[in-house]
Design a binder for this molecule. Structure first.
Ligand code: F6P
Length: 549
């Protein structure tokens, strides 16, 4: 097992050299870099199977990239990639391998974990899941009273929700006719109630998706859905209307779901990396098995690129390193993701979980304290809408906010040239952020104004520019290209975690709030305002006084 404590990366000589380099180059404007090098786009863009990554609009020179690549070597990135790829237990705190890439391996591949080939297990489970999908689509799997299933409700949260939700939304053009898919994650009763109001119990199938099958939000929603179904159709209907996706057969049985209707996966699949496993069941139901295979193939294509391409041409490695350049050496606290595609509007939330739950860590893999910032705050919204919301701050605010723009070159819904408007907006934002607007340009625009009014307006109309962005252009959002895109971000997160030296695959930080919530719940039931701080005690008292009934 890998337990050796390595020197924190900030003690490596290249770390100090990167800081020096940042100080020496921080005033260089990207306008100058583009002016000096007409081939900058060609030299700083990469293409893989219809996915273009343009990373030329970044505050980087050849020397920056050289140093960042040295940093990757100093952190032993290649070794960590190899360890992940071959199933070493790199999730040290939980003693687990990290093998979501094995979920995308073709049937003929082989990967040994503790002497057992995991690939046949992966494909056996996929086959079961696909057979079930075919049964539902063909109408062989029917509800208890004989009605065909026309609505699926996935009950899960976190990785058991965001991944499949993102993919189902993005791939709506591939949707199987006659089957609506809903997602319920929030324990707030509104969520389930509003979805159930749209459902007919006789034709609704519930998927209870939980890796642990112990997440209270999911179990409470699942119990409420079960009561709703039993009230309408009786206890015997449950086995025709409830299936489970989990790693725990015992917990699924204890909940009262027939384990014949359970699809499994393994502890070596992290929740936020699990959409490729049976957690993808709602995706397979939505888009069909052939399209799901394409989604896996896209992921596998990006894996092959990641594991086999030299770092200087490796998309996830470059995205990860450039992110570290801003986060660590420029002190940028956030990173924005802007998909210019309505279908991809949940992508920022999915990447947010993937990144922040993975790299939001303050200690290294072996518990050592880290004296530098790690994972950034990931945020974002769909493009164009966000231009009319928060882009003001990106253009003229005081903060450095690196952005990723994601845009398909072709739309499934082109609507008389509207897609071109969308694409033009996307590219224009990257240009404006990079170029800015100079004093000379503004003076020209304000030629008719002078005196105090000019003094007042001139600074307000200036755009500093030099705001970095990556653009990821997909030929079209398809199951394959989406598979590549999600795997690209998964590996980017891995690269950053490996370099900072954190364990990207545990999430102890979410546990404490869960423990306190459960204690507060007990106290609320007994009417005890508890022994907390004055604020928490006061809030509990306030709730107990004000709640109706
Ligand atoms: O929020 C913590 C977390 O453990 C996530 O990592 C996970 O995706 C989510 O809860 C749901 O967990 P489960 O799939 O076990 O219900």
């Amino acid at each position: 097992m890998i337990t050796e404590r390595t020197h924190p990366i900030n003690e490596s000589p290249v770390w100090a050299r990167l800081h020096q380099h940042q100080r020496a180059t921080r005033h260089v404007h990207m306008r100058e870099l583009f002016a000096q090098d007409p081939l900058r786009f060609d030299r700083h863009s990469l293409e893989l199977d219809g996915l273009l990554l343009d990373y030329s609009k970044n505050r980087i020179t050849d020397r920056t990239l050289e140093l960042l690549l040295e940093l990757a070597d100093a952190a032993n990135l290649g070794q960590w990639m190899q360890w992940m790829h071959t199933g070493e237990r790199i999730n040290i705190s939980e003693k687990r391998a990290v093998l979501h890439t094995a979920l995308r391996l073709p049937r003929e591949a082989s990967l040994l974990l503790d002497g057992q080939d995991v690939v046949p297990q992966v494909h056996a489970e996929l086959d079961r899941m696909f057979a079930f999908v075919e049964q539902v689509h063909s109408g062989h799997w029917r509800g208890f009273s004989g009605q065909q299933i026309n609505r699926v409700v996935n009950i899960g949260i976190g990785g058991s929700d965001l991944g499949p939700l993102t993919v189902v939304e993005a791939l709506k053009p591939y949707a199987h006719a006659g089957l609506a898919i809903d997602f319920v994650s929030n324990v707030d009763g509104q969520h389930l109630s509003q979805v159930l109001a749209q459902c007919d119990p006789a034709s609704t199938l519930f998927i209870v998706a939980s890796k642990s099958f112990s997440t209270p939000e999911t179990l409470l929603n699942a119990q409420a859905a079960r009561r709703w179904l039993v009230t309408a159709l009786g206890e015997q209907a449950v086995s025709r209307h409830f299936v489970a996706v989990s790693t725990s057969t015992k917990a699924v049985r204890a909940f009262g779901i027939d384990t014949a209707n359970m699809f499994g996966f393994w502890d070596w699949v992290g929740g936020r990396y699990s959409v490729w496993s049976a957690i993808g069941l709602p995706v397979a139901l939505a888009i069909g098995t052939d399209n799901f295979r394409q989604f896996l193939a896209g992921g596998a294509r990006m894996d092959a690129h990641f594991f086999e391409t030299p770092f200087e041409r490796n998309m996830p490695v470059l995205l990860g390193l450039i992110g570290i350049w801003y986060n660590t050496f420029y002190g940028a606290h956030t990173h924005a993701i802007m998909p210019y595609d309505h279908g991809l509007r949940r992508l920022p939330a999915h990447i947010q979980q993937m990144d922040m739950e993975s790299n939001g860590k303050r200690v290294g893999r072996c518990g050592e304290r880290l004296d530098f910032d790690t994972g950034p705050v990931i945020w974002g919204e769909e493009g164009v809408n966000s231009q009319h919301a928060f882009f003001q701050l990106l253009h003229q605010g005081t903060r450095l906010v690196p952005c990723d723009f994601i845009v398909p070159m072709n739309s499934h819904y082109p609507l008389d040239g509207q897609h071109q408007v969308l694409v033009a907006n996307c590219f224009a934002q990257t240009e404006a952020l990079m170029r800015g607007k100079t004093e000379a340009q503004v003076l020209q625009e304000l030629a008719a104004i002078s005196g105090d009014e000019l003094d007042m307006l001139l600074p307000q109309k200036l755009f500093p520019g030099n705001q970095p962005s990556n653009t990821i252009a997909l030929d079209q959002v398809t199951p394959y290209s989406l598979g590549m895109l999600l795997a690209l971000y998964e590996h980017k997160v891995f690269v950053q975690g490996a370099i900072w030296g954190v364990n990207s695959f545990d999430q102890w930080g979410v546990e404490y709030g869960k423990q306190l919530a459960s204690r507060l719940l007990d106290e609320m039931a007994t009417g005890d305002s508890g022994q907390h701080d004055a604020s928490t005690n006061g809030l509990v008292r306030h709730y107990l006084e004000r709640k109706h009934g």
